[in-house]
Write a protein that binds this ligand. Structure first.
Ligand code: ADP
Length: 578
Protein backbone atom coordinates (compact mmCIF):
# COMPACT_ATOMS: atom_id res chain seq x y z
CA UNK A 1 0.00 0.00 0.00
CA UNK A 2 1.13 3.45 -0.81
CA UNK A 3 -0.26 6.77 0.32
CA UNK A 4 -1.15 9.37 -2.25
CA UNK A 5 -2.06 12.45 -0.24
CA UNK A 6 -4.83 11.16 1.96
CA UNK A 7 -5.69 8.32 -0.33
CA UNK A 8 -4.48 4.79 0.35
CA UNK A 9 -4.22 2.77 -2.83
CA UNK A 10 -2.77 -0.59 -3.79
CA UNK A 11 0.05 -1.06 -6.29
CA UNK A 12 -2.35 -2.56 -8.84
CA UNK A 13 -4.69 0.42 -8.60
CA UNK A 14 -1.77 2.81 -8.93
CA UNK A 15 -0.41 1.02 -11.99
CA UNK A 16 -3.76 1.03 -13.79
CA UNK A 17 -4.43 4.66 -12.94
CA UNK A 18 -0.98 5.74 -14.11
CA UNK A 19 -1.18 3.82 -17.37
CA UNK A 20 -4.65 4.81 -18.44
CA UNK A 21 -6.41 7.37 -16.31
CA UNK A 22 -4.18 10.07 -14.87
CA UNK A 23 -3.82 13.19 -16.97
CA UNK A 24 -0.49 13.33 -18.80
CA UNK A 25 1.32 16.12 -20.62
CA UNK A 26 2.39 15.79 -24.26
CA UNK A 27 5.59 14.03 -23.21
CA UNK A 28 3.73 11.50 -21.14
CA UNK A 29 4.60 12.95 -17.72
CA UNK A 30 1.88 12.59 -15.13
CA UNK A 31 0.02 15.80 -14.44
CA UNK A 32 -2.20 14.65 -11.62
CA UNK A 33 -2.25 12.32 -8.64
CA UNK A 34 -4.98 9.72 -8.09
CA UNK A 35 -6.47 12.05 -5.51
CA UNK A 36 -6.59 14.87 -8.03
CA UNK A 37 -8.20 12.57 -10.55
CA UNK A 38 -11.12 11.76 -8.24
CA UNK A 39 -11.40 15.42 -7.27
CA UNK A 40 -11.48 16.42 -10.95
CA UNK A 41 -14.24 13.90 -11.65
CA UNK A 42 -16.29 14.75 -8.54
CA UNK A 43 -16.09 18.50 -9.15
CA UNK A 44 -16.97 18.22 -12.82
CA UNK A 45 -19.99 15.95 -12.30
CA UNK A 46 -21.32 17.96 -9.34
CA UNK A 47 -21.31 21.08 -11.50
CA UNK A 48 -24.58 19.78 -12.99
CA UNK A 49 -26.25 20.38 -9.63
CA UNK A 50 -26.10 24.12 -10.32
CA UNK A 51 -28.67 23.68 -13.11
CA UNK A 52 -31.48 22.64 -10.80
CA UNK A 53 -33.59 24.71 -8.45
CA UNK A 54 -33.50 21.94 -5.89
CA UNK A 55 -29.78 21.55 -6.50
CA UNK A 56 -27.78 20.94 -3.42
CA UNK A 57 -24.66 22.99 -3.01
CA UNK A 58 -22.35 21.66 -5.78
CA UNK A 59 -19.33 21.66 -3.50
CA UNK A 60 -21.12 19.53 -0.90
CA UNK A 61 -22.23 17.10 -3.61
CA UNK A 62 -18.70 17.03 -5.04
CA UNK A 63 -17.41 16.11 -1.62
CA UNK A 64 -19.90 13.26 -1.33
CA UNK A 65 -19.00 12.02 -4.84
CA UNK A 66 -15.31 12.22 -3.99
CA UNK A 67 -15.82 10.26 -0.81
CA UNK A 68 -17.84 7.46 -2.37
CA UNK A 69 -15.28 7.03 -5.18
CA UNK A 70 -12.17 7.18 -3.01
CA UNK A 71 -13.67 4.68 -0.58
CA UNK A 72 -14.05 2.52 -3.73
CA UNK A 73 -17.73 2.03 -2.96
CA UNK A 74 -18.81 3.34 -6.35
CA UNK A 75 -17.01 4.04 -9.60
CA UNK A 76 -18.38 5.47 -12.86
CA UNK A 77 -17.36 3.86 -16.18
CA UNK A 78 -13.88 4.47 -17.54
CA UNK A 79 -14.62 7.36 -19.93
CA UNK A 80 -15.97 9.40 -16.99
CA UNK A 81 -12.80 8.82 -15.00
CA UNK A 82 -10.65 9.65 -18.01
CA UNK A 83 -12.50 12.58 -19.52
CA UNK A 84 -14.53 14.42 -16.85
CA UNK A 85 -13.24 17.97 -16.63
CA UNK A 86 -10.89 17.41 -19.58
CA UNK A 87 -11.11 18.89 -23.08
CA UNK A 88 -12.86 15.85 -24.53
CA UNK A 89 -15.62 15.72 -21.92
CA UNK A 90 -17.22 12.54 -23.36
CA UNK A 91 -18.26 10.46 -20.39
CA UNK A 92 -20.31 7.50 -21.64
CA UNK A 93 -18.99 3.97 -22.25
CA UNK A 94 -21.78 2.66 -24.44
CA UNK A 95 -23.15 3.71 -27.79
CA UNK A 96 -25.27 2.15 -30.49
CA UNK A 97 -25.11 3.60 -33.99
CA UNK A 98 -27.49 2.97 -36.87
CA UNK A 99 -26.09 1.46 -40.08
CA UNK A 100 -28.35 2.41 -42.96
CA UNK A 101 -28.44 0.55 -46.25
CA UNK A 102 -26.55 3.11 -48.33
CA UNK A 103 -22.92 4.03 -48.83
CA UNK A 104 -23.54 7.38 -47.16
CA UNK A 105 -25.17 5.65 -44.21
CA UNK A 106 -22.39 3.09 -43.85
CA UNK A 107 -19.58 5.60 -43.98
CA UNK A 108 -21.36 8.00 -41.62
CA UNK A 109 -21.40 5.15 -39.14
CA UNK A 110 -17.67 4.45 -39.70
CA UNK A 111 -16.87 8.09 -39.06
CA UNK A 112 -19.11 8.40 -36.02
CA UNK A 113 -17.66 5.23 -34.55
CA UNK A 114 -14.15 6.67 -34.96
CA UNK A 115 -15.17 9.80 -33.06
CA UNK A 116 -16.67 7.72 -30.28
CA UNK A 117 -13.63 5.43 -30.02
CA UNK A 118 -11.36 8.43 -29.78
CA UNK A 119 -13.34 9.52 -26.74
CA UNK A 120 -13.12 6.14 -25.01
CA UNK A 121 -16.60 4.82 -25.81
CA UNK A 122 -17.51 1.46 -27.31
CA UNK A 123 -19.94 1.08 -30.20
CA UNK A 124 -22.58 -1.46 -31.09
CA UNK A 125 -24.19 -1.81 -34.51
CA UNK A 126 -26.94 -3.82 -36.02
CA UNK A 127 -25.98 -4.71 -39.58
CA UNK A 128 -29.41 -6.19 -40.15
CA UNK A 129 -30.62 -3.35 -42.37
CA UNK A 130 -27.93 -3.86 -44.99
CA UNK A 131 -29.04 -5.66 -48.11
CA UNK A 132 -27.69 -9.15 -48.57
CA UNK A 133 -24.58 -10.11 -50.47
CA UNK A 134 -25.14 -10.27 -54.24
CA UNK A 135 -28.27 -8.10 -54.16
CA UNK A 136 -28.39 -5.59 -56.95
CA UNK A 137 -27.15 -2.06 -56.33
CA UNK A 138 -29.62 0.12 -58.23
CA UNK A 139 -27.41 3.10 -58.91
CA UNK A 140 -24.46 1.17 -60.37
CA UNK A 141 -25.99 -1.99 -61.73
CA UNK A 142 -23.44 -3.93 -59.68
CA UNK A 143 -23.99 -6.26 -56.74
CA UNK A 144 -23.81 -5.52 -53.01
CA UNK A 145 -21.06 -7.07 -50.93
CA UNK A 146 -23.19 -7.64 -47.81
CA UNK A 147 -22.87 -6.93 -44.08
CA UNK A 148 -19.77 -9.02 -43.36
CA UNK A 149 -17.66 -7.31 -45.97
CA UNK A 150 -18.64 -3.88 -44.64
CA UNK A 151 -17.81 -4.97 -41.10
CA UNK A 152 -14.20 -5.28 -42.27
CA UNK A 153 -14.12 -1.54 -42.98
CA UNK A 154 -15.33 -0.78 -39.45
CA UNK A 155 -12.72 -3.18 -38.12
CA UNK A 156 -9.86 -1.54 -40.00
CA UNK A 157 -10.98 1.95 -39.01
CA UNK A 158 -11.11 0.86 -35.38
CA UNK A 159 -7.62 -0.59 -35.62
CA UNK A 160 -6.23 2.80 -36.62
CA UNK A 161 -7.98 4.91 -34.00
CA UNK A 162 -6.36 4.27 -30.67
CA UNK A 163 -8.26 5.67 -27.76
CA UNK A 164 -6.17 8.42 -26.24
CA UNK A 165 -3.12 6.40 -27.28
CA UNK A 166 -3.96 3.62 -24.82
CA UNK A 167 -6.66 1.25 -25.89
CA UNK A 168 -8.24 0.31 -29.18
CA UNK A 169 -11.95 0.68 -29.62
CA UNK A 170 -14.41 -2.10 -29.06
CA UNK A 171 -17.37 -2.95 -31.29
CA UNK A 172 -20.39 -5.19 -31.25
CA UNK A 173 -21.94 -6.41 -34.48
CA UNK A 174 -25.38 -7.93 -34.43
CA UNK A 175 -27.13 -9.61 -37.31
CA UNK A 176 -30.70 -10.86 -37.11
CA UNK A 177 -31.03 -14.59 -37.55
CA UNK A 178 -33.48 -14.01 -40.42
CA UNK A 179 -30.99 -11.95 -42.46
CA UNK A 180 -30.10 -13.79 -45.69
CA UNK A 181 -26.35 -13.58 -44.90
CA UNK A 182 -26.70 -15.16 -41.46
CA UNK A 183 -24.53 -18.21 -42.18
CA UNK A 184 -21.66 -16.11 -43.47
CA UNK A 185 -21.99 -13.93 -40.36
CA UNK A 186 -21.93 -16.89 -37.98
CA UNK A 187 -18.65 -18.05 -39.49
CA UNK A 188 -17.02 -14.65 -39.91
CA UNK A 189 -14.77 -14.95 -36.86
CA UNK A 190 -13.74 -18.55 -37.40
CA UNK A 191 -10.23 -17.27 -37.96
CA UNK A 192 -9.25 -15.81 -34.60
CA UNK A 193 -7.46 -12.90 -36.24
CA UNK A 194 -10.42 -11.87 -38.40
CA UNK A 195 -12.52 -8.89 -37.29
CA UNK A 196 -10.42 -8.67 -34.14
CA UNK A 197 -12.04 -5.42 -32.99
CA UNK A 198 -15.53 -6.91 -32.99
CA UNK A 199 -17.59 -9.02 -30.69
CA UNK A 200 -20.34 -10.58 -32.73
CA UNK A 201 -23.76 -11.84 -31.70
CA UNK A 202 -26.63 -13.38 -33.57
CA UNK A 203 -29.92 -11.59 -32.91
CA UNK A 204 -32.32 -14.44 -32.31
CA UNK A 205 -36.12 -14.12 -32.26
CA UNK A 206 -38.71 -16.12 -30.32
CA UNK A 207 -40.10 -17.39 -33.64
CA UNK A 208 -36.69 -18.77 -34.49
CA UNK A 209 -36.34 -20.51 -31.13
CA UNK A 210 -39.75 -22.04 -31.64
CA UNK A 211 -38.77 -23.24 -35.11
CA UNK A 212 -35.62 -24.80 -33.59
CA UNK A 213 -37.72 -26.71 -31.10
CA UNK A 214 -40.14 -27.89 -33.76
CA UNK A 215 -37.36 -28.74 -36.17
CA UNK A 216 -38.92 -26.68 -38.95
CA UNK A 217 -37.74 -24.12 -41.47
CA UNK A 218 -37.97 -20.38 -41.00
CA UNK A 219 -38.08 -17.53 -43.48
CA UNK A 220 -35.15 -15.31 -44.30
CA UNK A 221 -36.26 -11.72 -44.80
CA UNK A 222 -35.01 -9.20 -47.32
CA UNK A 223 -34.19 -6.14 -45.20
CA UNK A 224 -35.06 -3.78 -48.05
CA UNK A 225 -38.75 -4.67 -48.22
CA UNK A 226 -39.50 -7.11 -45.41
CA UNK A 227 -40.38 -9.81 -47.96
CA UNK A 228 -39.33 -13.45 -47.50
CA UNK A 229 -36.19 -14.32 -49.42
CA UNK A 230 -35.64 -18.02 -49.05
CA UNK A 231 -35.65 -20.11 -45.92
CA UNK A 232 -33.34 -22.21 -43.79
CA UNK A 233 -33.78 -25.06 -41.39
CA UNK A 234 -33.80 -23.53 -37.90
CA UNK A 235 -32.11 -26.48 -36.26
CA UNK A 236 -29.28 -26.47 -38.83
CA UNK A 237 -28.63 -22.78 -38.24
CA UNK A 238 -28.77 -23.27 -34.46
CA UNK A 239 -26.31 -26.16 -34.66
CA UNK A 240 -23.96 -24.06 -36.80
CA UNK A 241 -24.15 -21.25 -34.28
CA UNK A 242 -23.55 -23.63 -31.39
CA UNK A 243 -20.61 -25.25 -33.18
CA UNK A 244 -18.96 -21.92 -33.90
CA UNK A 245 -19.39 -20.67 -30.32
CA UNK A 246 -18.00 -23.97 -29.05
CA UNK A 247 -15.09 -23.63 -31.48
CA UNK A 248 -13.84 -20.21 -30.32
CA UNK A 249 -16.48 -18.31 -28.34
CA UNK A 250 -17.86 -16.24 -31.25
CA UNK A 251 -20.66 -15.53 -31.97
CA UNK A 252 -22.63 -14.90 -28.83
CA UNK A 253 -26.39 -14.76 -28.94
CA UNK A 254 -28.88 -12.03 -28.01
CA UNK A 255 -32.59 -12.61 -27.60
CA UNK A 256 -34.07 -9.64 -29.43
CA UNK A 257 -37.71 -10.19 -28.49
CA UNK A 258 -36.81 -10.54 -24.81
CA UNK A 259 -34.78 -7.32 -25.03
CA UNK A 260 -37.65 -5.47 -26.68
CA UNK A 261 -40.14 -6.64 -24.08
CA UNK A 262 -38.13 -4.43 -21.71
CA UNK A 263 -37.76 -1.55 -24.14
CA UNK A 264 -39.11 1.41 -22.15
CA UNK A 265 -39.73 3.54 -25.25
CA UNK A 266 -41.03 1.29 -28.05
CA UNK A 267 -42.74 4.30 -29.66
CA UNK A 268 -39.36 5.89 -30.20
CA UNK A 269 -37.78 2.84 -31.72
CA UNK A 270 -36.98 -0.83 -31.65
CA UNK A 271 -33.83 -2.04 -29.99
CA UNK A 272 -31.60 -3.77 -32.54
CA UNK A 273 -28.23 -3.87 -30.84
CA UNK A 274 -26.30 -3.69 -27.61
CA UNK A 275 -22.97 -2.11 -26.69
CA UNK A 276 -19.74 -4.17 -27.15
CA UNK A 277 -19.97 -6.36 -24.08
CA UNK A 278 -23.73 -6.94 -24.38
CA UNK A 279 -24.94 -5.45 -21.11
CA UNK A 280 -26.53 -2.36 -22.57
CA UNK A 281 -29.26 -2.65 -25.21
CA UNK A 282 -29.80 0.78 -26.79
CA UNK A 283 -31.74 2.45 -29.55
CA UNK A 284 -29.78 3.63 -32.57
CA UNK A 285 -28.05 6.94 -31.64
CA UNK A 286 -28.42 6.28 -27.95
CA UNK A 287 -25.63 6.29 -25.36
CA UNK A 288 -25.51 5.33 -21.73
CA UNK A 289 -23.16 5.88 -18.86
CA UNK A 290 -22.62 3.06 -16.45
CA UNK A 291 -21.49 2.93 -12.86
CA UNK A 292 -20.88 0.11 -10.42
CA UNK A 293 -21.28 -0.25 -6.70
CA UNK A 294 -18.63 -2.38 -5.02
CA UNK A 295 -20.59 -4.87 -2.90
CA UNK A 296 -17.48 -5.94 -1.01
CA UNK A 297 -17.41 -2.43 0.52
CA UNK A 298 -21.04 -2.53 1.63
CA UNK A 299 -20.75 -5.15 4.37
CA UNK A 300 -20.70 -5.23 8.15
CA UNK A 301 -19.13 -7.88 10.34
CA UNK A 302 -20.74 -8.53 13.68
CA UNK A 303 -19.81 -11.33 16.03
CA UNK A 304 -17.74 -13.02 13.36
CA UNK A 305 -20.45 -13.03 10.66
CA UNK A 306 -20.46 -10.78 7.68
CA UNK A 307 -23.65 -9.49 6.06
CA UNK A 308 -24.71 -6.87 3.55
CA UNK A 309 -25.09 -3.45 5.15
CA UNK A 310 -28.30 -2.43 3.39
CA UNK A 311 -28.38 1.01 4.98
CA UNK A 312 -24.90 1.81 3.67
CA UNK A 313 -25.74 0.25 0.32
CA UNK A 314 -28.84 2.42 0.02
CA UNK A 315 -26.86 5.57 0.70
CA UNK A 316 -24.32 4.62 -1.96
CA UNK A 317 -27.04 3.74 -4.49
CA UNK A 318 -28.88 7.05 -4.10
CA UNK A 319 -25.66 8.98 -4.50
CA UNK A 320 -24.72 6.86 -7.53
CA UNK A 321 -28.05 7.51 -9.27
CA UNK A 322 -27.58 11.23 -8.68
CA UNK A 323 -24.03 10.97 -10.00
CA UNK A 324 -25.08 9.15 -13.18
CA UNK A 325 -27.97 11.53 -13.83
CA UNK A 326 -25.60 14.48 -13.40
CA UNK A 327 -23.16 12.80 -15.77
CA UNK A 328 -25.72 13.04 -18.58
CA UNK A 329 -25.65 16.84 -18.22
CA UNK A 330 -21.89 17.08 -18.07
CA UNK A 331 -21.06 14.74 -20.96
CA UNK A 332 -20.30 16.15 -24.37
CA UNK A 333 -21.61 13.71 -26.93
CA UNK A 334 -19.86 13.49 -30.28
CA UNK A 335 -23.05 14.07 -32.31
CA UNK A 336 -26.07 16.28 -31.79
CA UNK A 337 -28.39 13.37 -32.70
CA UNK A 338 -26.89 11.38 -29.83
CA UNK A 339 -27.17 14.31 -27.46
CA UNK A 340 -30.85 14.61 -28.29
CA UNK A 341 -31.60 10.91 -27.91
CA UNK A 342 -29.66 10.62 -24.63
CA UNK A 343 -31.34 13.66 -23.11
CA UNK A 344 -34.75 12.41 -24.21
CA UNK A 345 -34.48 9.05 -22.44
CA UNK A 346 -31.78 9.76 -19.85
CA UNK A 347 -30.86 6.09 -19.49
CA UNK A 348 -28.37 5.22 -16.80
CA UNK A 349 -26.87 1.84 -15.95
CA UNK A 350 -26.08 1.31 -12.31
CA UNK A 351 -24.84 -2.14 -11.36
CA UNK A 352 -22.66 -4.05 -8.97
CA UNK A 353 -19.15 -5.46 -8.81
CA UNK A 354 -17.41 -7.51 -6.12
CA UNK A 355 -20.25 -10.04 -5.89
CA UNK A 356 -17.89 -13.04 -5.73
CA UNK A 357 -15.93 -11.26 -2.98
CA UNK A 358 -19.16 -10.71 -1.07
CA UNK A 359 -19.87 -14.44 -1.26
CA UNK A 360 -16.34 -15.25 -0.03
CA UNK A 361 -16.85 -12.84 2.87
CA UNK A 362 -20.23 -14.33 3.75
CA UNK A 363 -18.98 -17.89 3.36
CA UNK A 364 -21.49 -18.78 0.63
CA UNK A 365 -20.37 -20.90 -2.35
CA UNK A 366 -21.20 -19.25 -5.71
CA UNK A 367 -22.74 -22.47 -7.07
CA UNK A 368 -25.56 -22.84 -4.53
CA UNK A 369 -29.22 -21.95 -4.06
CA UNK A 370 -28.14 -19.70 -1.23
CA UNK A 371 -25.92 -17.64 -3.53
CA UNK A 372 -28.67 -17.33 -6.14
CA UNK A 373 -31.10 -16.24 -3.43
CA UNK A 374 -28.61 -13.65 -2.23
CA UNK A 375 -28.20 -12.40 -5.81
CA UNK A 376 -31.98 -11.96 -6.10
CA UNK A 377 -32.14 -10.18 -2.78
CA UNK A 378 -29.20 -7.83 -3.33
CA UNK A 379 -30.07 -6.96 -6.92
CA UNK A 380 -33.75 -6.64 -6.04
CA UNK A 381 -32.68 -4.06 -3.47
CA UNK A 382 -30.36 -2.28 -5.91
CA UNK A 383 -33.12 -2.14 -8.52
CA UNK A 384 -35.82 -0.92 -6.11
CA UNK A 385 -33.58 1.76 -4.59
CA UNK A 386 -32.26 2.91 -7.98
CA UNK A 387 -35.84 3.30 -9.21
CA UNK A 388 -36.85 5.10 -6.05
CA UNK A 389 -33.87 7.45 -6.26
CA UNK A 390 -34.66 8.14 -9.92
CA UNK A 391 -38.33 8.84 -9.09
CA UNK A 392 -37.21 11.14 -6.33
CA UNK A 393 -34.95 13.06 -8.72
CA UNK A 394 -37.88 13.37 -11.12
CA UNK A 395 -39.92 15.21 -8.48
CA UNK A 396 -37.59 18.19 -8.63
CA UNK A 397 -35.85 17.71 -11.97
CA UNK A 398 -38.74 16.34 -13.98
CA UNK A 399 -39.13 12.87 -15.48
CA UNK A 400 -37.20 11.96 -18.63
CA UNK A 401 -38.63 14.08 -21.48
CA UNK A 402 -39.87 11.09 -23.52
CA UNK A 403 -41.89 9.67 -20.64
CA UNK A 404 -45.20 10.26 -22.43
CA UNK A 405 -43.92 8.10 -25.28
CA UNK A 406 -42.86 5.39 -22.86
CA UNK A 407 -44.38 2.42 -21.06
CA UNK A 408 -44.46 4.57 -17.90
CA UNK A 409 -46.93 7.08 -19.37
CA UNK A 410 -49.54 8.12 -16.80
CA UNK A 411 -48.08 5.86 -14.12
CA UNK A 412 -47.35 8.06 -11.13
CA UNK A 413 -45.52 5.33 -9.30
CA UNK A 414 -43.08 5.01 -12.15
CA UNK A 415 -42.53 8.64 -13.06
CA UNK A 416 -38.77 8.16 -13.33
CA UNK A 417 -36.04 10.61 -14.17
CA UNK A 418 -34.33 7.86 -16.17
CA UNK A 419 -35.88 5.45 -18.71
CA UNK A 420 -33.63 2.69 -17.36
CA UNK A 421 -31.64 2.62 -14.14
CA UNK A 422 -29.73 -0.67 -13.86
CA UNK A 423 -27.13 -2.61 -15.86
CA UNK A 424 -24.52 -5.20 -14.86
CA UNK A 425 -21.26 -4.20 -16.55
CA UNK A 426 -18.17 -6.39 -16.84
CA UNK A 427 -16.10 -3.82 -14.88
CA UNK A 428 -12.90 -5.10 -16.50
CA UNK A 429 -10.72 -2.22 -15.35
CA UNK A 430 -12.98 -0.65 -12.74
CA UNK A 431 -12.73 -3.78 -10.61
CA UNK A 432 -8.94 -3.60 -10.69
CA UNK A 433 -9.09 0.02 -9.54
CA UNK A 434 -11.58 -0.88 -6.81
CA UNK A 435 -9.59 -4.01 -5.91
CA UNK A 436 -12.59 -6.35 -6.09
CA UNK A 437 -13.87 -9.24 -8.18
CA UNK A 438 -15.31 -8.16 -11.51
CA UNK A 439 -19.04 -7.65 -12.01
CA UNK A 440 -21.01 -10.68 -10.90
CA UNK A 441 -18.42 -13.18 -12.13
CA UNK A 442 -16.86 -15.81 -9.91
CA UNK A 443 -13.12 -15.13 -9.51
CA UNK A 444 -11.02 -16.55 -12.31
CA UNK A 445 -8.24 -17.82 -10.05
CA UNK A 446 -7.45 -17.81 -6.33
CA UNK A 447 -3.80 -17.52 -7.09
CA UNK A 448 -2.19 -16.75 -10.41
CA UNK A 449 1.10 -15.85 -11.98
CA UNK A 450 1.41 -12.23 -13.02
CA UNK A 451 4.13 -11.52 -15.53
CA UNK A 452 5.77 -8.26 -14.60
CA UNK A 453 7.59 -5.95 -16.94
CA UNK A 454 11.14 -7.30 -16.66
CA UNK A 455 9.97 -10.84 -17.45
CA UNK A 456 9.80 -11.93 -13.80
CA UNK A 457 6.83 -13.89 -12.58
CA UNK A 458 5.05 -13.11 -9.33
CA UNK A 459 2.46 -15.28 -7.66
CA UNK A 460 -0.50 -13.10 -6.77
CA UNK A 461 -3.02 -14.47 -4.30
CA UNK A 462 -6.65 -13.39 -3.92
CA UNK A 463 -6.54 -11.26 -0.74
CA UNK A 464 -9.67 -12.81 0.80
CA UNK A 465 -8.35 -16.30 0.16
CA UNK A 466 -4.93 -15.37 1.56
CA UNK A 467 -6.50 -13.96 4.72
CA UNK A 468 -8.50 -17.15 5.20
CA UNK A 469 -5.48 -19.35 4.46
CA UNK A 470 -3.44 -17.49 7.07
CA UNK A 471 -6.24 -17.43 9.65
CA UNK A 472 -6.87 -21.15 9.20
CA UNK A 473 -3.15 -21.91 9.29
CA UNK A 474 -2.69 -23.54 5.87
CA UNK A 475 -0.94 -20.69 4.07
CA UNK A 476 2.39 -21.42 2.41
CA UNK A 477 4.14 -19.91 -0.60
CA UNK A 478 4.54 -23.39 -2.00
CA UNK A 479 0.79 -24.07 -1.78
CA UNK A 480 -0.09 -20.74 -3.40
CA UNK A 481 2.29 -21.46 -6.29
CA UNK A 482 0.71 -24.90 -6.71
CA UNK A 483 -2.79 -23.40 -6.74
CA UNK A 484 -1.67 -20.99 -9.44
CA UNK A 485 -0.63 -24.01 -11.52
CA UNK A 486 -3.76 -26.14 -11.07
CA UNK A 487 -6.26 -23.28 -11.00
CA UNK A 488 -8.63 -24.87 -8.48
CA UNK A 489 -8.45 -26.03 -4.88
CA UNK A 490 -11.40 -28.40 -5.26
CA UNK A 491 -9.27 -31.53 -4.85
CA UNK A 492 -6.61 -30.28 -2.44
CA UNK A 493 -7.18 -32.31 0.65
CA UNK A 494 -4.78 -30.32 2.79
CA UNK A 495 -7.27 -27.44 2.60
CA UNK A 496 -10.29 -27.72 4.94
CA UNK A 497 -13.42 -28.88 3.14
CA UNK A 498 -15.56 -25.86 4.07
CA UNK A 499 -12.90 -23.54 2.61
CA UNK A 500 -12.78 -25.58 -0.60
CA UNK A 501 -16.57 -25.32 -0.88
CA UNK A 502 -16.64 -21.53 -0.53
CA UNK A 503 -13.58 -20.53 -2.55
CA UNK A 504 -14.76 -21.70 -5.95
CA UNK A 505 -13.43 -20.26 -9.19
CA UNK A 506 -15.07 -19.79 -12.59
CA UNK A 507 -14.14 -23.30 -13.70
CA UNK A 508 -15.45 -24.95 -10.55
CA UNK A 509 -18.86 -23.45 -11.29
CA UNK A 510 -20.92 -25.58 -13.68
CA UNK A 511 -22.60 -23.88 -16.68
CA UNK A 512 -26.03 -24.33 -15.05
CA UNK A 513 -25.00 -22.24 -12.07
CA UNK A 514 -23.42 -19.60 -14.30
CA UNK A 515 -26.71 -19.21 -16.17
CA UNK A 516 -28.87 -19.39 -13.08
CA UNK A 517 -26.80 -16.60 -11.54
CA UNK A 518 -27.07 -14.50 -14.69
CA UNK A 519 -30.85 -15.05 -14.73
CA UNK A 520 -31.15 -14.12 -11.04
CA UNK A 521 -29.47 -10.78 -11.71
CA UNK A 522 -31.40 -10.26 -14.95
CA UNK A 523 -34.68 -10.61 -13.03
CA UNK A 524 -33.85 -7.33 -11.29
CA UNK A 525 -32.00 -5.43 -14.01
CA UNK A 526 -33.62 -2.96 -16.44
CA UNK A 527 -30.94 -3.37 -19.07
CA UNK A 528 -28.86 -6.52 -19.40
CA UNK A 529 -26.19 -8.50 -17.59
CA UNK A 530 -22.60 -9.00 -18.70
CA UNK A 531 -21.66 -12.60 -17.97
CA UNK A 532 -19.44 -15.24 -19.49
CA UNK A 533 -20.19 -18.90 -19.03
CA UNK A 534 -16.79 -20.56 -18.71
CA UNK A 535 -16.42 -24.11 -19.93
CA UNK A 536 -13.54 -26.55 -19.64
CA UNK A 537 -11.61 -27.28 -22.81
CA UNK A 538 -13.20 -30.72 -23.16
CA UNK A 539 -16.79 -29.42 -23.04
CA UNK A 540 -18.98 -30.65 -25.90
CA UNK A 541 -21.21 -28.89 -28.39
CA UNK A 542 -24.23 -30.47 -26.67
CA UNK A 543 -23.28 -28.69 -23.47
CA UNK A 544 -23.12 -25.37 -25.34
CA UNK A 545 -26.57 -25.98 -26.81
CA UNK A 546 -27.96 -26.78 -23.37
CA UNK A 547 -26.59 -23.48 -22.07
CA UNK A 548 -28.25 -21.54 -24.89
CA UNK A 549 -31.56 -23.32 -24.31
CA UNK A 550 -31.41 -22.68 -20.62
CA UNK A 551 -30.55 -18.99 -21.08
CA UNK A 552 -33.59 -18.63 -23.34
CA UNK A 553 -35.89 -20.49 -20.94
CA UNK A 554 -34.71 -18.45 -17.94
CA UNK A 555 -35.34 -15.18 -19.82
CA UNK A 556 -31.76 -13.99 -20.08
CA UNK A 557 -31.24 -11.28 -22.69
CA UNK A 558 -28.19 -12.91 -24.21
CA UNK A 559 -25.47 -15.39 -23.55
CA UNK A 560 -21.74 -15.58 -24.07
CA UNK A 561 -19.78 -18.76 -23.58
CA UNK A 562 -16.07 -19.36 -23.55
CA UNK A 563 -14.41 -22.75 -23.69
CA UNK A 564 -11.00 -22.70 -22.05
CA UNK A 565 -8.15 -22.35 -24.53
CA UNK A 566 -10.40 -22.03 -27.56
CA UNK A 567 -8.86 -18.74 -28.61
CA UNK A 568 -5.12 -18.88 -29.08
CA UNK A 569 -4.31 -15.66 -27.30
CA UNK A 570 -6.46 -16.08 -24.27
CA UNK A 571 -6.49 -13.00 -22.07
CA UNK A 572 -6.81 -14.67 -18.71
CA UNK A 573 -5.48 -18.16 -18.31
CA UNK A 574 -4.53 -20.46 -15.53
CA UNK A 575 -0.75 -20.67 -15.65
CA UNK A 576 -0.20 -24.33 -16.50
CA UNK A 577 -2.72 -24.37 -19.31
CA UNK A 578 -0.28 -23.02 -21.84
P1 ADP B 1 -14.45 -0.38 -17.50
O1 ADP B 1 -14.17 -1.32 -16.38
O2 ADP B 1 -13.22 0.04 -18.25
O3 ADP B 1 -15.27 0.82 -17.11
P2 ADP B 1 -16.17 -2.48 -18.61
O4 ADP B 1 -15.25 -3.65 -18.71
O5 ADP B 1 -17.17 -2.47 -17.52
O6 ADP B 1 -15.32 -1.13 -18.61
O7 ADP B 1 -16.94 -2.34 -19.99
C1 ADP B 1 -18.09 -1.54 -20.05
C2 ADP B 1 -18.32 -1.06 -21.43
O8 ADP B 1 -17.31 -0.10 -21.75
C3 ADP B 1 -18.21 -2.08 -22.53
O9 ADP B 1 -19.34 -2.87 -22.73
C4 ADP B 1 -17.96 -1.17 -23.70
O10 ADP B 1 -19.16 -0.55 -24.12
C5 ADP B 1 -17.03 -0.14 -23.12
N1 ADP B 1 -15.61 -0.53 -23.32
C6 ADP B 1 -14.86 -1.36 -22.58
N2 ADP B 1 -13.61 -1.51 -23.09
C7 ADP B 1 -13.57 -0.75 -24.19
C8 ADP B 1 -12.59 -0.45 -25.19
N3 ADP B 1 -11.37 -0.97 -25.20
N4 ADP B 1 -12.96 0.39 -26.16
C9 ADP B 1 -14.17 0.94 -26.20
N5 ADP B 1 -15.12 0.71 -25.31
C10 ADP B 1 -14.85 -0.12 -24.32
Amino acid sequence: MEKSGMLTISDNTRTVLERRYLKKDTEGNLEETPEELFMRVATCIAEAEGAYEDGLEPSAVAEAFYRVMTEFKFLPNSPTLMNAGNDLGQLAACFVLPVEDSLDGIFDAVKNAALIHKSGGGTGFSFSRLRAKNCRVGSTGGVASGPVSFMKIFNTATEQVKQGGTRRGANMAILRVDHPDILEFIGCKEDNEALNNFNISVGVTDAFMQAVRQGGDYDLIDPRNGEPRGSLNARTVYETLVHQAWFNGDPGIVFLDRINRDNPTPEIGEIESTNPCGEQPLLPMEACNLGSVNLSRCVVTEGGTTRVDYEALKETLWLAVRFLDDTIEMSRYPLSAIDEMVKGNRKIGLGVMGFADLLFMMGIPYNTEEAVALAEKVMGFVQAEAHEASRHLAVSRGPFPNIDKSVFKGDENRAYRNATCTTIAPTGTLSIIAGCSSGIEPVFALSFVRRVMDGDELVEVNPLFEATARARGFYSDELMARIAKVGTIAHMEEIPEDVRAVFVTAHDVSPEWHIRMQAAFQNHTDNAVSKTVNLPRQATEDEVRDIYDMAFDLCCKGVTIYRDGSKENQVLSVSDAK
